[in-house]
Design a protein around this ligand. Structure first.
Ligand code: PGA
Length: 252
């Protein structure tokens, strides 16, 4: 049995003080759902403030990005060792980072390796954009992204990761993939590829999240799919009640 994992990606929202306020509100609502792995991913500057709020609560903390080098002349960047004492998860290769900040499959791979080397759980994002979807390239794109992200990673390392399948056309648009659509990509492209790259055991054990306009209303149907083990939630994670409803849906 794979433990469902729901992560809130707050993106570039909330000041440090607002983040603490939201975290307290979210925590009050999601704390009872202990069968679900729950993670909040605020902006970097809110991590230190949220760490004591979440400590001992059973709710994890994650960053939204990291640099692959440990330290050095990389103005504006944050490294894995800097995050390691502060949080437990890190989102890597989100489509907004790929689209607006030039992230590639190669940089995603380096970031995944850096995260794992410092004990952080990577939430590796993949997903096709609208043009690719309409051109029937979903499988090819997702396969390329997963191959790239996991290049050189041993099975033991791969097992410590989470994959978020987030079709770009569904992110922030209010147009989520249908549960069947999302499940088909996960089963046919992602789990099959993991089996090819590693083994049936790895393919069966890795948690796959769906992301893209997940709401309190559609979460239960998405979670009911056999290959969907959770969600990476953007907009709805900024509202405590909505995020809690999604966590509850994952608890079943
Ligand atoms: P959304 O974002 O839930 O607002 O669509 C999801 C994401 O980008 O992780």
């Amino acid at each position: 049995m794979r433990t469902p994992v729901i992560a809130g990606n707050w993106k570039m929202n909330k000041t440090p003080a607002e983040a603490v306020e939201l975290a307290r509100a979210v925590l009050a609502e999601i704390q009872p759902f202990t069968t679900v792995e729950r993670v909040l991913c605020p902006p970097f500057v809110a991590l230190a403030g949220l760490a004591p709020v979440l400590a001992g609560s059973g709710v994890g903390l994650g960053a939204q990005n990291l640099h692959w080098e440990k330290s050095g002349a990389f103005t504006g960047e944050i490294s894995a060792p800097m995050l390691a004492g502060l949080c437990q998860y890190v989102i890597i290769g989100h489509s907004e980072r790929r689209q607006f900040f030039g992230e590639t499959d190669a940089s995603v791979n380096k970031k995944v390796q850096a995260a794992l080397a410092h004990g952080l759980t990577p939430i590796v994002c993949v997903g096709e954009n609208l043009a690719e979807n309409e051109a029937g390239q979903t499988g090819a794109v997702v396969t390329r992204q997963v191959r790239g992200a996991y290049a050189g990673l041993a099975a033991e390392a791969a097992l410590k990761t989470i994959i978020a399948y987030e079709p770009v056309w569904a992110i922030g648009t209010g147009k989520a993939a249908t549960p069947e659509q999302a499940n088909a990509v996960m089963a046919r492209f992602i789990r099959d590829l993991l089996q090819e790259l590693y083994s049936a055991e790895v393919a069966g054990a890795l948690r796959l999240q769906y992301g893209g306009s997940v709401t309190a209303a559609n979460a239960a149907a998405l979670m009911a799919q056999p290959d969907i083990d959770g969600a990476l939630v953007g907009g709805a994670s900024l509202k405590a009640a909505d995020f809690a409803a999604i966590v509850k849906a994952a608890a079943g």
